[in-house]
Design a protein around this ligand. Structure first.
Ligand code: 26W
Length: 822
């Protein structure tokens, strides 16, 4: 009965069209005769949004009624990208929409292109959170994401004179996908002091008071699942001055400036995403962001739990909280504060609740990325939380001492407090101690954390606490949306789109791997995707590339451990070989386009130098008439989610070449293979599992193994490693000035020589180059290449984020789906 009154159930193009027109004319107050693409996009987005809201309300109602355990995914980053196309596809109404807007005189692709990416993340960790939200909704799990509503997402990258320049990403001009909840606010305190007093019954009470208060305001973003009505919630907090705090006294007495300053200070907390990936800078504002977000989220979670009037000990049966890396680790401390200081539970009861509630995912072993907070800084901002951390540490160390008496070394190694000057809090240790389960994100990575950085904790807690959940990607966005032609071809062969819900069904493709007609259709789609990329490159950079050439792509954050420098050195080496060849020899070579993309953290000088070398090499190589189409080098500006969507379908080869043992998992490796590309890569992260699934004859592996890295580094330190001769030639060419003023690149060369080549570029260079030769040979055999990419895709079922989420649900969260009626 209620359904009759519910707006927007589109069942045909006319209804969609009518809603678009209605929104353009009324919500946007524009005439249809004055409707540009942006207005048409807005109308379409608002029409889609109306539909999502209905499902979203239904979902929240169903979840409340079911009263089952929910999971809360706490992440400082959600790299969502665009929403409209994804929502249309997940709700299976894209066809109506395309027809509907076409009759209004628009092409849907152009409208979709009007949308600004929601880029509230840096790289892998943020995009993983977005894929997980899609899977949680698609599998009907009762789940919420919690994050920060940054006014500025990751900066936009411009390349000016070959250098990266950062431009602020103000993305909130028109964002139809969020809803401010003016009634949902939480006051959050910072600074202040702890007042301790004794109750009549002799117990001590700690009260944190006297600090400055900032208000958290909730913004909700609907997350539509695929092929289900379930529409989950992503709640993002925005900071503003607390109503009590905005100083009307000052304001009225004419001290307007300082009252506005207070307001701005409050708003600063959620103003900007920290643009660092895999490096900890320890800034106070970052700690403020973390506490602000964690405290608001926990307040919200606890409030929801309290509505059910259950005993506190039931909390872990109703609530699972997953910590996406250590950034939300303060949640452990904040929940202790709520239970002990506010709800007056005794310490042990509270601690049992806490350690049954949390799970911690580690995403990196790089020492410079492990979060540590200076004790003095922390004490000033969160005095009560520091006391609680000291108590957690004390009880923990006492229990370790009981089990391992007289091992003072062990105690100092596992202490949450590192005895440096100043002392620092090791957030990863706190996260481990306060969680029920700790997981890494690929098999090798999960093994490494158990044997290296967290070894002592395995000894203390036992192996069962440590587990692996290999990452995955959502096939909705990364196959169906990014590569609609390939998705349609697969559907034609398999008979339905069921593979988008159960990716293991891709195995049904394998029997077509040698079918010549199928191979042709398969490779034609790849060619069209490459043509589209070639056009984009031409339009944005002016560089002409031949779509028949081998497209070799490396797109990811620029970092020394990911070794884009090795890639560009390899390109230089190829260039030098081509130059040395006769015309006849050259004519036999495989044409190549080397494509790079990725942002460098603004303060990461070496990463910026790598970008400069890539652009310098591209200027020389692309303008060398002797070389022509044999080699082109392209740097794609401002790599982001929506660019990844057209890059992944257009690769023949993609590069995942981190120093073994450094890339926790990688997820773009999965996206590229899923779209019919092959990989050149090291034995690192998820490359290893991809190899196991697709077969080692379908992946170009090279380089040293993780277990040998330490010895190799040691050898470098003691000067026992002569530089690889091909690499030496490359360095000499750079130093000769072939790619411009060599002084610019001195840092890169220094890192290989006096710097000790920490990332082992020289050690892996020969096998990298010879493996590229194998790629060239393989690419010449088109039928075999087609066969291998089809087989690879058919075996990629494991790498769906649905599988990953089901593993978390079963082994860590202990939650079940909730059915939401249509
Ligand atoms: C404190 C600064 C900081 C910021 C971000 C430290 C660490 C991070 C992230 C954990 C870095 C990150 O994104 N890690 C990536 O996580 C992906 C998802 O699990 C993995 O696929 C990547 O291999 C890993 O580098």
């Amino acid at each position: 009965k209620w359904k009759k009154f519910a707006a927007t159930e589109f069942s045909n193009k006319e209804e969609f069209q009518r809603e678009v027109v209605r929104h353009v004319e009324t919500t946007l107050a524009r005439s249809l005769y004055n409707c540009d693409e942006l207005a048409a996009y807005s109308g379409a987005a608002l029409a889609m949004r109306d539909k999502l809201i209905i499902d979203w309300n239904k979902t929240q109602q169903a979840h409340t009624l079911a009263d089952q355990k929910r999971v809360y995914y706490l992440s400082l980053e959600f790299l969502m990208g665009r929403t409209l196309d994804n929502a249309l596809l997940n709700r299976d109404i894209k066809d109506y929409a395309v027809e509907g807007v076409s009759e209004l005189g628009f092409r849907m692709e152009d409208l979709i292109d009007q949308e600004h990416d929601a880029a509230l993340g840096n790289g892998g960790l943020g995009r993983l959170a977005a894929c997980f939200l899609d899977s949680l909704a698609s599998l009907s799990y009762p789940a919420w994401g919690y994050g920060l509503r940054y006014r500025y997402g990751i900066f936009k990258q411009e390349i000016i004179d070959g250098y990266q320049v950062e431009v602020p990403d103000y993305w909130l001009d028109f964002n139809p996908w969020e809803f401010p909840r003016h009634d949902i606010t939480v006051d959050i305190m910072f600074y202040g002091y702890v007042r301790r007093y004794t109750e009549d019954d002799g117990s001590t009470v700690n009260i944190w008071e006297g600090g400055e208060v900032v208000q958290a305001l909730a913004y909700d973003v609907p997350i539509p699942g695929y092929g289900t009505s379930t529409t989950n919630n992503l709640r993002l907090w925005s900071s503003k001055p607390s109503t009590g705090e905005f100083d009307f006294q000052k304001f009225n007495s004419g001290d307007y400036e300082s009252s506005v300053r207070d307001q701005q200070r409050a708003e600063t907390i959620s103003a900007v995403l920290y643009p660092n990936d895999n490096i900890d800078v320890g800034k106070e504002l970052r700690l403020k962001q973390q506490y602000f977000w964690v405290a608001a989220s926990l307040y919200d979670i606890v409030r929801r739990f309290k509505k059910s009037h259950r005993a506190w000990t039931e909390f872990p049966h109703q609530v699972a909280i997953q910590l996406n890396d250590t950034h939300p680790t303060l949640a452990i401390v904040e929940l202790m504060r709520i239970l002990v200081d506010k709800e007056h539970l005794d310490w042990d009861t509270a601690w049992n609740i806490v350690t049954e509630t949390f799970g911690y995912t580690n995403h990196t072993v790089l020492p410079e990325a492990l979060e540590k907070w200076s004790v003095p800084l922390f004490q000033n901002l969160l005095p009560r939380h520091l006391q609680i951390i000291y108590d957690i540490n004390l009880f923990f160390l006492q229990s370790v001492e009981r089990r391992f008496p007289k091992d003072r070394e062990l105690l100092s190694r596992v202490s949450i407090i590192e005895e440096s000057n100043p002392q620092v809090i090791r957030m990863a240790y706190l996260a481990i101690i306060g969680s029920k389960k700790v997981n890494g994100v690929a098999e090798l990575h999960s093994d490494l954390i158990k044997t290296t950085i967290f070894k002592d904790f395995v000894k203390i807690f036992g192996l069962d606490k440590f587990t692996n959940v290999t990452n995955g990607v959502t096939p909705r966005r990364w196959l169906h949306q990014a590569n609609p032609q390939l998705s349609a071809l697969i559907k034609e062969k398999l008979g339905s789109y069921n593979f988008l819900k159960d990716l293991s069904l891709l195995s049904g493709l394998e029997k077509f791997a040698d079918d010549k007609d199928f191979q042709k259709e398969w490779m034609d789609i790849k060619f069209r995707n490459k043509q589209r990329l070639a056009k984009y490159i031409k339009d944005t950079t002016g560089i002409s590339v031949n779509p028949s050439a081998l497209f070799d792509i490396q797109v990811k954050r620029i970092h020394e451990y990911k070794r884009q420098q090795m890639n560009i050195f390899g390109v230089i080496s190829r260039y030098l070989s081509l130059k040395a060849m006769t015309k006849e020899e050259r004519a036999k070579q495989v044409q190549r386009v080397s494509i790079f993309g990725g942002k460098a953290a603004p303060g990461y000088w070496m990463a910026k130098t790598i970008i400069r070398l890539i652009t310098a090499v591209s200027e020389v190589v692309n303008n060398d008439v002797e070389i022509g189409d044999l080699l082109k080098v392209v740097f794609i500006e401002d790599y982001n989610v929506s660019k990844a969507e057209f890059l992944c379908p257009a690769s023949d080869l993609s590069e995942h070449i981190s120093t073994a043992g450094t890339e926790a998992s990688g997820t773009s490796n999965m996206k590229f293979v899923l779209n019919g590309g092959l990989i050149i890569g090291t034995c690192d992260g998820a490359n290893i599992e991809i190899t196991r699934e697709i077969g080692e004859e379908r992946i170009f592996l090279f380089g040293n193994l993780a277990e040998d890295v330490e010895d190799l580094r040691h050898a470098h330190r003691y000067g026992k490693t002569p530089m690889d001769p091909a690499l030496k030639e490359v360095c000499e060419e750079i130093q000769k000035g072939t790619f411009g003023e060599p002084g610019v690149f001195a840092g890169l060369i220094h890192a290989l020589t006096e710097g000790g080549d920490y990332y082992l570029v020289s050690d892996d260079f020969a096998s990298y180059l010879s493996t590229h030769k194998l790629v060239d040979e393989a690419f010449k055999d088109t039928a075999a290449w087609a066969h291998n990419t089809i087989v690879a895709v058919s075996r990629m079922g494991f790498f769906t984020s649905d599988r990953a989420i089901n593993e978390y649900a079963d082994e860590i969260w202990n939650i079940d789906p909730v059915k939401v009626d249509n």
